[in-house]
Design a protein around this ligand. Structure first.
Ligand code: FEO
Ligand code: CA
Ligand code: CA
Length: 694
């Protein structure tokens, strides 16, 4: 099929087809970060002050930005919490706390959504279902771009659920549509010669959906509705470029000589809901949509396309054949207008979405917010590629309650930082096989380094050799220059709603400290913050940040994998009593303070799933699988509230030997149907709350 299917060993069980269409083959290529920056030393750690900020939060469920924080004393020792140091020497084993009181789902390869006994699930909406009342029903044999722009898009990833402004029996569901998988979307698809209509359907299948949903009785079940808030955002929706780089020469194109307006958004991975009722979405693997990197002549821009991984010749989808803006030989700056965090107001269907350039341009997994006691907004974002960095943006403006127009400018003015991390144990105690160092923990300190400060009047660079606008656009290159720390594919950040601590999924990095044939692809040996050689199953880091300050401490909560394998670590919990977990990706919290983790690319041979993790006391590190998704699917966008658990089932059946005609899954409709990415909702038919035995 002309796919770039290289026969290289894969760490996770993600298919080569998923690599090609989801991440533009970031999975197997040479690591693009060839910078030689090393980790920082001599860091003084200071505990951040976490105080309550009393702002109404309109969101429920995963991805929600939560403003409330504990006081300093509470943050230092939340009730029932032991620090990692206290739990080093004994394995915990305790009955699950509220929120986790369910029978764990066993690893499986069913072509189903599997939920615990006593729970049920149903599909809310699937690829091709109408979002607008006048849209046609799904008909895979008669697709058009016009219909696709009014139907639910492909490969939904991030999910948020907001209160409905008018109707207490309704909620507003929002999601991103990360990417299109043309060989599985179209009958007889020829990747060498896509039709114009197929190209335009692909573009229309990206973006976002805003959907009104109604509650079914008193259960957690939800039903899709047609309502005035329903909206599709696609690869051709107009976005306003704002912040540090807006209007700069780097963003000007022949279609937009002002450098302030751009059509569409692509590869929107995860995101977050803001406290002011909008949602953020990260533009991630954008490189794959552009062609002809070899034509870029500007030295820094050429370095940038190489770092992102743009093809030197034709792109996989070949959109450049009919749309000049995807051809770097014709429009070298269009590429600079993607790779940002975008913000969308779901309550105003006529509003123009925004791209916030002050938060930098890289492969944003997501953007998630913590609000400090004075209303300052701190937005965290990981750059999801091997050996890339973690960032935060600290606003100079404060939230004004009820003023959405003001609040949607907060992420344009402030300071962008990138992190360096250092372990506190001697390097010779980091063996690469998961053995804990003598102090019993993978832990240490970190520092945030300023990259740019954007104001209403302009942008200041904190990086020698870069203008402020260049820092905003060529952010990875600027981060190299200040000595950022190379991480194992940073995915979601999620702030704990009460303690303010941050949780960070580091999904995997098969080249970390690699030996043998991959030795040249390793850009750094094992380190205390990335202590597993050829890390196949990922890590979950807990970070105690100063939020608006420049220091933090960190420790590894989980070293994921098969608990029977020596290298895993489950926060001190008894490893004989946890679910295996591999490749953590998206994060959410329930109302009981348990962390929920969805996985992408389970390297243990079973389907991906959604896991609840205890954080406090004797439950710290207890991992229980709540749900698994169908064959070859990824679990995305978890939302966990008291009445329901929602996941976005992305790319079901995306296997290398699958085609539209010979699908790798028949979920959700069964029979010989084509698989459809969809939203699954799980609830208890007995009407009781999720994970609560009562
Ligand atoms: Fe789209 Fe980082 O996963
Ligand atoms: Ca240590
Ligand atoms: Ca992800």
């Amino acid at each position: 099929m002309g796919l770039k299917g290289l026969k290289l060993p894969f760490a996770s069980n993600r298919s080569k087809l998923t690599c090609t269409y989801k991440c533009g083959n970031a999975c197997y290529g040479e690591c693009a970060n060839t910078s030689d920056n090393e980790y920082f030393g001599d860091i003084v750690s200071r505990r951040g002050v976490l105080q309550a900020f009393g702002l109404g939060v309109v969101t429920v469920g995963g991805g929600a930005a939560l403003a409330a924080c504990a006081t300093e004393d509470e943050a230092a020792a939340p009730e029932g919490t032991t620090s990692p140091q206290d739990t080093a020497t004994q394995a915990n084993d305790a009955p699950p706390r509220p929120g986790m009181q369910f029978e764990s789902v066993e690893p499986n390869t069913e072509d189903l959504v599997v939920v615990p006994a006593g729970y049920t699930s149903a599909v809310l909406i699937a690829w091709g279902d109408p979002v607008y009342e006048d849209a046609p029903e799904f008909d895979p044999m008669n697709q058009t771009a016009e219909a696709a722009a009014r139907q639910f898009g492909f490969n939904n990833d991030f999910a948020g659920l907001l209160e409905h402004p008018d109707d207490p029996n309704r909620l507003v569901y929002v999601c991103s549509h990360e990417y299109s998988t043309e060989p599985h979307m179209f009958p007889n698809y020829d990747p060498e010669n896509p039709t114009d209509e197929e190209i335009n359907i692909g573009i229309a299948s990206h973006g976002h959906t805003v959907l009104e949903v109604s509650k079914v009785g008193n259960s957690g079940q939800l039903q899709r509705e047609f309502g005035p808030l329903n909206r599709r955002i696609t690869g051709t929706t107009e976005f306003e470029l704002k912040g540090a780089a807006a209007g700069s020469d780097l963003l000007k194109t022949s279609a937009d000589p002002t450098g302030t307006m751009v059509l569409g958004t692509f590869n929107n991975c995860s995101g977050g809901v803001t406290p002011w009722g909008t949602f953020l979405s990260g533009e991630e693997n954008i490189d794959q949509y552009w062609a002809n990197a070899a034509a870029v002549t500007d030295e820094r821009a050429a370095e940038d396309v190489k770092r992102f991984g743009v093809e030197e010749g034709a792109s996989e989808r070949k959109w450049e054949r009919i749309h000049d803006r995807f051809d770097l030989a014709k429009e070298p700056n269009e590429f600079h207008r993607f790779g940002y965090i975008v913000e969308i107001n779901p309550f105003d269907p006529e509003s123009t979405p925004v791209k916030h350039t002050s938060m930098g341009r890289f492969k944003h997994e997501a953007g998630t917010i913590h609000v400090t006691d004075d209303g300052t907004v701190v937005c965290y974002s990981g750059d999801d590629a091997r050996f890339e960095y973690i960032y935060k943006f600290v606003s100079s403006k404060q939230i004004k309650e009820g003023d959405v127009a003001h609040n949607m400018t907060i992420l344009d003015e402030g300071t962008l930082y990138v992190a360096s991390l250092e372990g506190n144990s001697p390097q010779d105690q980091i063996t690469g096989d998961g053995e804990l160092p003598e102090d019993g923990h993978f832990d240490g300190t970190g520092t945030w380094h300023k990259l740019l400060t954007a104001t209403a009047d302009g942008v200041e660079s904190h990086v020698d050799g870069f203008t402020g606008e260049e820092v905003a656009v060529f952010t990875r290159l600027a981060a190299d220059a200040v000595g950022a720390t190379k991480m194992d594919r940073p995915e979601d950040f999620e702030p704990h709603p009460e303690t303010g601590k941050l949780y960070l999924a580091l999904t995997n990095n098969s080249y970390r400290g690699a030996t043998g044939e991959n030795a040249e692809k390793s850009k750094e040996d094992v380190m205390e913050y990335a202590p597993i050689r050829e890390n196949k199953n990922g890590l979950v880091m807990e970070i105690d940040d100063e939020h608006a300050g420049e220091s933090f401490t960190w420790n590894l909560l989980l070293v994921c994998g098969d608990p029977e394998a020596a290298q895993t670590y489950f926060g001190g919990f008894d490893e004989s009593k946890v679910s295996p977990i591999s490749c953590p990706d998206n994060l959410a919290f329930d109302s009981h303070g348990n962390l929920w983790i969805s996985t992408d690319g389970n390297a243990l041979g079973s389907n991906d799933g959604l896991y609840a993790v205890g954080l406090e006391g004797e439950n710290r590190g207890q991992v229980k699988c709540f749900l698994t998704v169908p064959k070859a699917a990824e679990t995305c966008g978890p939302i966990v509230d008291d009445m329901r658990v929602m996941v976005n089932v992305q790319h079901p059946g995306e296997e290398d030997d699958a085609t539209f005609e010979n699908p790798g899954s028949n979920w959700p409709e069964g029979g010989d149907s084509v698989p459809r990415p969809a939203v699954a909702v799980a609830w208890r038919p007995d009407g009781k709350q999720i994970g609560v035995d009562a």
